[in-house]
Design a protein around this ligand. Structure first.
Ligand SMILES: [Zn+2]
Length: 254
């Protein structure tokens, strides 16, 4: 209810702010800075706009991980078209949220990484995921029978650990090259090459290089040092609690 009440207020505030900005920029700029003026207004307007998912997650007690640790890099793949189904389902949601304990553990993992590799940081592809989004992902894989689908996406009826704000999908980012490390596959690659349990086999067959394996091992090392557990089928996915424990502690995220 509060979301609906706040929306008109936010809209009004945005209009007033962009008007004030336009006036102040027009007053003290020369003709060459028009573009700059537009950019400033746009930036402020965007920062005021909050996704319904975001306000809902805040109301449910979830934590914006970059507020805990601003050196974490966030690149939500479902808030872009760079994902397995090529559609943006998060819209304007750009921030990553977790329950407080997993969020603090993630900060600890990032600190452990930076302590030994000052140019590296964790890069977050997905974190807390509202159940509505889980249904979208499940339906996107409807070409597969449900049993097979569960290898890649949790059934919304059971809920993924992401739906409780206790799981995170991530990789490692090099702040010098401005690129994520090579892990051998892209995020959300649905195939054996992404399976940690088949890494030795993939290495022997020449499908995975020593360096790619080393990068995955570094990710697992820092995440496990902070209390996260890897899974056997996706190198990027880590759970802070089991599904059973997460269900005991938290409600599913709406
Ligand atoms: Zn995941």
């Amino acid at each position: 209810m509060s979301i609906n009440f706040e929306k008109p207020l936010l809209k009004a505030l945005k209009i007033v702010l962009s008007f004030l900005l336009t006036v102040s920029c027009t007053e003290n700029t020369n003709s060459g800075s028009e573009k700059h003026q537009d950019k400033d207004s746009t930036e402020i307007v965007i920062s005021l706009e909050m996704s319904d998912y975001e306000s809902s997650m805040q109301n449910q007690g979830l934590v914006n991980i970059q507020k805990l640790d601003s050196s974490l890099v966030v690149d939500l793949k479902y808030s872009s078209t760079d994902n397995f189904f090529g559609e943006d389902v998060y819209g304007i949601l750009k921030n990553a949220y977790l329950q407080e304990k997993p969020a603090r553990a993630l900060k600890a993992a990032n600190e452990a990484l930076m302590a030994t590799h000052p140019n590296l940081r964790l890069i977050i592809y997905d974190a807390a995921r509202p159940i509505e989004i889980q249904k979208v992902l499940w339906n996107k894989l409807d070409s597969l029978p449900p049993k097979k689908r569960k290898d890649f996406v949790a059934d919304p009826l059971e809920g993924s650990i992401h739906n409780f704000g206790c799981a995170v999908d991530l990789s490692i980012y090099n702040s010098e090259t401005k690129e994520a490390l090579d892990m051998g596959t892209k995020y959300d690659y649905f195939g054996h090459l992404a399976y940690p349990r088949l890494e030795n086999q993939m290495l022997q067959q020449g499908n995975l290089t020593e360096k790619q394996l080393e990068n995955r091992q570094l990710l697992r090392k820092v995440m496990q040092s902070a209390g996260f557990e890897p899974i056997t089928s996706e190198w990027w996915h880590f759970n802070y609690y089991s599904r059973k424990k997460a269900k005991e502690l938290y409600k599913i995220i709406e």
